[in-house]
Design a protein around this ligand. Structure first.
Ligand code: NAD
Ligand code: WQD
Length: 343
């Protein structure tokens, strides 16, 4: 079987973990990344873990010509996993055009490259953000999509529609859209992990950076939600569990056992965890007391969401295996590794 896979955004957080899983399953990988939100040294981590250094192409995929040339150069990828995108919700509100331009142009260029070179299979990084605050929990793939509450979220909704319309006229091409819930954690080796630039927006890197002494204290955004302890609830999924689902998705497409030309899967654990529970988990696995304070709600935040994962469990024969404690420990080990913290 021909197994050369193009991984866009492959030096990024979720991309790098997926590249490791792909290599370990015998795929040969070409990474295409602009390095705008990742570092070339990620390749060293991937090589240390797998013994293989993937081919790397530094490229801005939002520019049409070089993207099409990339596809022509490697004639015959068996699949594309398209991670490359900007992902900061707040920044997307401040600079919407930057987000629409990058996320949508990149996708359209990738689709054109696939069609020009007869590349058959696409796995796309979508997000639970497409559901907004659902009325009924947990959310299934049939839960209605709500009007996006940020330009970032809107790029994911539009992207799903662009892919749907594109495969409609490109009958050889099939796609899977994976709607991730909240990816956290790092590889067990602590050789790759999340590398947020500047002050982290996301909870877990903020927790580990606070514990590492880079931030003074974590602000818990709200303790007056209608939840058991008042803090907001999310479905936190270990990035390695998430990465594994991508390998299964491209194998499913390669084996042609997909049930429709575009399929959507919720990738979460199915378990809702509050911010305060996350802090407790971190304190337990790290043995460190976290400095935190309760502040007001963060504008735009939803109260609670978690996934119904039964469709992914059944169809992909995949299940998130790692716990919140596993994820927190791996995130902390990664933070300690990059900050050179001993204990
Ligand atoms: P990341 O920023 O770590 O990785 C994205 C990579 O894409 C980066 O290495 C960046 O340099 C690259 N990139 C961005 N624009 C590019 C362009 N025009 N050309 C080439 N490379 C480009 O992000 P991540 O957390 O790994 O997210 C991967 C994907 O998953 C994104 O599409 C994101 O929207 C989606 N997603 C992420 C989360 C999350 O919480 N991390 C949740 C749901 C969905
Ligand atoms: C998690 C919880 C915060 C930071 C975002 C995107 C979403 C998806 C995943 C891409 C919330 C609370 C956070 C802090 C806190 N990304 N929090 N103090 O907002 O669920 O989702 O990333 O598709 O689209 O919106 O993730 O990690 O920012 O927050 O109390 O300093 O932690 O209020 O309840 P979120 P997050």
């Amino acid at each position: 079987m021909h197994k050369k896979v193009l991984v866009t955004g492959g030096t990024g957080y979720i991309g790098s973990h997926t590249v490791v899983e792909l290599i370990q399953k015998g795929f040969s990988v070409v990474i295409a990344d602009s390095l705008e939100n990742s570092d070339i040294t990620v390749l060293d981590g991937i090589e240390k873990i797998t013994g293989v250094r993937p081919i790397f192409e530094k490229i801005d995929l939002s520019i049409n010509y070089p993207t099409i040339e990339l596809f022509k150069k490697y004639q015959g990828f068996s699949a594309v996993i398209h991670f490359a995108a900007y992902k900061a919700v707040g920044e997307s509100v401040a600079e919407p055009l930057k987000y629409y331009r990058n996320n949508l142009n990149s996708l359209m260029n990738i689709l054109e490259g696939m069609s020009v070179t007869n590349t058959p299979n696409l796995v796309f990084s979508s997000s639970c953000t497409v559901y907004g605050q659902p009325e009924k929990l947990p959310v299934t793939e049939q839960t209605p999509i709500q009007e996006a509450n940020s330009p970032y979220g809107n790029t994911k909704q539009i992207s799903e529609e662009v892919i749907r319309d594109f495969i409609h006229i490109n009958e050889e091409i099939n796609a899977v859209a994976l709607r991730y819930f909240n990816p956290i954690g790092a590889h067990d080796s602590a050789l790759i992990g999340e590398l947020p630039i500047g002050i982290p927006n996301n909870l877990v890197p903020f927790i580990t950076q606070t514990a590492a002494g880079l931030r003074e204290s974590l602000s818990v955004f709200g303790d007056d939600y209608n939840t058991l302890d008042g803090s907001a609830i999310r479905d936190y999924i270990h990035v390695v569990d998430l990465a594994k689902a991508h390998v299964i998705a491209i194998e499913r497409l390669a084996d042609k056992i997909n049930k429709s030309r575009i399929e959507y899967f919720n990738l979460g654990t199915g378990i809702g965890i509050s911010v305060l529970e996350c802090i407790k988990s971190f304190e337990k696995v790290s043995g460190k007391k976290l400095n935190y304070k309760i502040v007001g709600r963060r504008p735009g935040d939803i109260e609670k969401i978690w996934a119904d994962t039964s469709f992914a469990n059944r169809e992909l024969n995949w299940k998130a295996e790692k716990t919140i404690d596993d994820a927190m420990l791996s995130a902390w080990n990664w933070e300690k590794n990059i900050r050179k913290i001993q204990q």
